[in-house]
Write a protein that binds this ligand. Structure first.
Ligand SMILES: Cc1cc2nc3c(=O)[nH]c(=O)nc-3n(C[C@H](O)[C@H](O)[C@H](O)COP(=O)(O)O)c2cc1C
Length: 324
């Protein structure tokens, strides 16, 4: 794999409500070459909305981040892209435009994957943003909008012609949401259709999956979302597999819980936010451990790292009694 811009082969995907500074820190440490912010509303930024600006903050020690913008008005997208670049300077790795989100509240406004139904409008956004910034601009989209109607290869060509420096493809249709499995062959067809780098995305759950996707599609980089939930170790696994090295051993229960404790602490330090979102991360870290399902109710009351610690302590005890 060539790597995106010759540098990034393994990417942490943008995930709203997940890829905040805490999660990015853990994934980058584990081996992700680049990570995305949560998607940022261009409209929200244009209102100088603090909640939106907050999404652009870098983690301690984070050298660079890729920012994902969503919106549908070329002028707003361009002016906010320029503002982001000016604010972030060299800490901005590149800008991505979200044309893949299928959530109703996004597509009903003409944002996200709704743009796949309007290639001319999508192209107008890309060229306006390209004109406004010096950094690379990428576009992330799906196999197509309507189930069975694969428009991604033609859409990719339109994005490239509009100036996109790379594209990322998730092999599901927007109407499919997350049902079924991702089709990787569409990534190969997009690879054939354009000459800019292509990032493959969808259903990578381990290092072997990443190697299989790269071999089957010829993609330049792989992007991982759900496979990293509760599992930042996936990045070490993928890096090892791509390098042809032996897979690192799976994390022990102690390591999983230590990672969860650290995650809670990073989240608790996150400016302006409590750590309520740690609840879902905790369930992801604990998935499959004895006593985890029963702990869900308690986790849903946790509001501090120490609250989580008490649940984790109990689970460690249960685990050790199972082991003995
Ligand atoms: C909780 C969650 C939030 C997501 N938020 C975004 C987002 O903000 N922008 C985006 O382009 N995709 C978003 N996605 C889609 C992922 O980036 C990715 O394309 C999709 O999950 C398929 O990859 P996976 O099989 O590795 O999960 C989100 C996915 C999940 C599960």
């Amino acid at each position: 794999m060539e790597g995106l811009f010759g540098k990034y082969r393994v990417l942490l995907a943008p995930m709203a409500g997940v890829t905040d500074i805490a999660f990015r820190t853990l994934c980058r440490e584990a081996g992700a070459d680049m990570a995305f912010t949560e998607m940022v509303s261009a409209k929200g930024l244009s209102f100088a909305n603090e909640k939106t600006r907050h999404l652009l903050a870098l983690a301690e020690g984070e050298d660079q981040v890729a920012v994902q913008l969503f919106g549908h008005e070329p002028e707003v997208m361009a002016s906010q892209a320029a503002w982001i670049e000016q604010e972030m300077g060299d800490t901005l790795a590149y800008l991505d435009i979200n044309m893949g989100c299928p959530a109703r509240k996004i597509v009903s406004k003409g944002d996200g994957s709704a743009l796949m139904k309007d290639p001319a409008g999508a192209a107008a956004i890309v060229s306006a943003v390209k004109e406004a910034v010096a950094c690379p601009v990428t576009v992330k989209f799906r196999r197509g909008w309507a189930e069975g109607d694969e428009t991604a290869p033609a859409f990719a060509r339109t994005m490239e012609a509009a100036g996109a420096d790379a594209v990322a493809v998730h092999g599901r249709f927007a109407e499919q949401l997350y049902r079924g499995s991702a089709d990787w062959d569409v990534i190969a067809r997009v690879r054939e259709a354009v000459s800019v780098p292509v990032v493959g995305n969808g259903d990578i759950r381990c290092g072997a999956d990443a190697v299989a996707m790269a071999e089957r599609t010829g993609c330049d980089a792989v992007m991982i979302a759900r496979g990293a939930e509760g599992n930042p170790w996936i990045f070490a696994d993928v890096q090892a597999a791509l390098a042809g090295a032996e897979a690192p051993s799976a994390p022990s229960i102690d390591e999983r819980i230590a990672m969860a404790r650290r995650h809670a602490r990073l989240l608790s330090r996150r400016e302006g936010r409590n750590i309520v979102r740690m609840r879902k991360h905790a369930m992801w870290y604990l998935a499959g451990l004895p006593g985890a399902a029963a702990a869900r109710g308690r986790i849903n009351y946790c509001t501090t790292p120490e609250d989580f610690d008490t649940v984790f302590d109990d689970l460690l005890e249960i685990a050790s009694s199972h082991a003995s």
